[in-house]
Write a new protein. Structure first.
Length: 411
């Protein structure tokens, strides 16, 4: 897998994958053929750049629709909308994220107290359970910073229903090692496998299914003996009510009339997708991958987040002819702005998750003073309000959303 963090590298991979994004993707995407040095042939592996905002959903959808009919690319387009859906859903239920963190911390504390649990957790995360497929994926995740979607589903299912480990420890393990580790897609996908997202509907990993869809791996089909035979959905007492969205409108040149700083962060590391209507006087980079977890964040995930922001800062400084400055964790932000003689800061939307947890405490004060201009792309503004409950609400509106956002280029 290509782990270069630049936008140029992301666009190269997009161009390389594009011919496969139509019917071929629909027919072959479920196969986990293993990591490939030149990139997997059947899935895009674009997720790390999408997560870091180096490439946006809009970039990807426009490129795909430039080469395939909407019908041929239907499946791929739907998957891209799953990402937007999960973000919109979590934005309307931030308590799901807060409760995940509280549950994760309780589960981590329980590990400390219970030697048996600790042993089972170590065997799972070190790939020593004896379930071949699971052990291969545990190591692959840490060695490559990526897992195929089907492998993530099987892995999460085995973690929860066969190994009987707390789902929040598994979600934390993923977040610490996935380069694309995303608060919304990760938390909600683990909840989906567990039967908490779609209440009562869990996902059972089966050995025959794993063998079938891993047959194309260089080492041959992966064995998975001794898996649980059923997946009794987990349950929870709490009902997560929906909170009203309060989304910012489009940013206009008049909003950025005074000299301002542009903030680049873990989920918006490049300026091009932001399409700023004015040039910043300063670029500020703030990568906070350590905020993903109280545990150690894997080197690949850490490097990707920091590299994406560092490259984004360099590109923006060159494009706007202005200085770029790192905002270090724990450093106060206001003096940094004052030094550069700017009062306002343009902040790409901080979605619910660790990026917001890490940065908002400092920004809140500036926001209260009216000094923060929030940027949210039109695609998210159009889609998030539809992410009220299940994915269906988004799926049925995809054509309308694409038209509304003028994402065409259809053949
Ligand atoms: C337990 C579990 C945990 C997951 N954790 C994450 C995570 O932390 N971050 C993350 O980005 N995705 C996560 N996913 C979703 C999905 O597995 C990845 O987005 C996908 O595998 C990324 O690989 P790709 O870019 O090759 O995908 P492709 O198949 O090429 O899809 C293109 C893009 O569509 C989006 N996408 C595809 N499938 C999904 C999906 N099921 N849900 C949401 N978006 C999707 C991604 O942005 C992806 O880059 C998780 C899924 C599961 C089951």
């Amino acid at each position: 897998m290509n782990v270069k963090t630049t936008r140029a590298a992301a666009l190269d991979r997009l161009a390389q994958f594009l011919p496969a994004a139509g019917r071929r993707y629909a027919e072959t995407r479920n196969a986990d053929d293993g990591p490939a040095p030149a990139g997997r042939a059947n899935v895009s592996e674009l997720s790390p750049w999408l997560h870091a905002g180096v490439l946006t959903e809009r970039d990807v959808l426009e490129a795909v629709l430039g080469q395939h009919s909407p019908r041929a690319a239907e499946k791929f387009i739907a998957e891209v909308f799953w990402r937007i859906y999960f973000k919109g859903y979590l934005e309307q239920r931030p308590a799901v994220w807060d409760d995940y963190k509280a549950g994760r911390d309780d589960a981590l504390a329980a590990l400390e107290r219970n030697a048996g649990l600790q042993k089972a957790y170590a065997e799972a995360t070190e790939g020593r359970t004896g379930i071949e497929a699971f052990d291969v994926w545990a190591r692959e995740l840490q060695d490559t910073g990526y897992l195929h979607n089907h492998a993530r589903m099987w892995f999460a299912s085995i973690w929860i229903f066969t190994l009987k480990l707390d789902w929040r420890l598994g979600a934390d393990f993923f977040l610490r090692h996935l380069m694309d580790g995303d608060a919304a897609s990760n938390t909600l996908s683990w909840r989906w496998v567990a039967g908490l997202h779609t209440k009562g509907k869990s996902y059972l990993a089966r050995a025959d299914n794993i063998a079938r869809y891993t047959a194309g791996r260089p080492e041959g089909a992966l064995a998975a003996r001794g898996l649980a035979e059923d997946a009794e959905p987990l349950s929870e007492a709490k009902e997560y009510g929906r909170q009203k969205l309060d989304l910012p409108g489009a940013v206009l040149a008049k909003d950025l009339a005074e000299p301002f700083a542009l903030l680049l962060h873990d989920e918006a590391a490049h300026h091009v997708p932001l399409a700023l209507p004015a040039s910043p006087a300063l670029v500020i980079g703030a990568a906070r991958p350590a905020a993903r977890s109280p545990g150690m964040v894997g080197a690949l995930a850490d490097d990707f987040a920091k590299g994406a922001v560092a490259n984004g800062m360099a590109d923006a400084a060159a494009a706007f002819g202005c200085p770029a400055r790192e905002w270090r964790d724990g450093e106060p932000l206001a003096p940094l702005l004052a030094d550069a003689g700017v009062t306002r800061i343009a902040v790409p939307y901080l979605p619910t998750g660790w990026t917001r947890d890490g940065l908002w405490p400092d920004l809140a004060e500036l926001a209260a003073q009216g000094r923060v201009v929030t940027i949210l792309p039109e695609l998210e503004r159009a889609t998030w309000p539809l992410a009220k409950a299940g994915f269906f609400g988004v799926a049925k509106a995809i054509d309308d959303v694409l038209a509304q956002c003028a994402i065409t280029g259809l053949k």
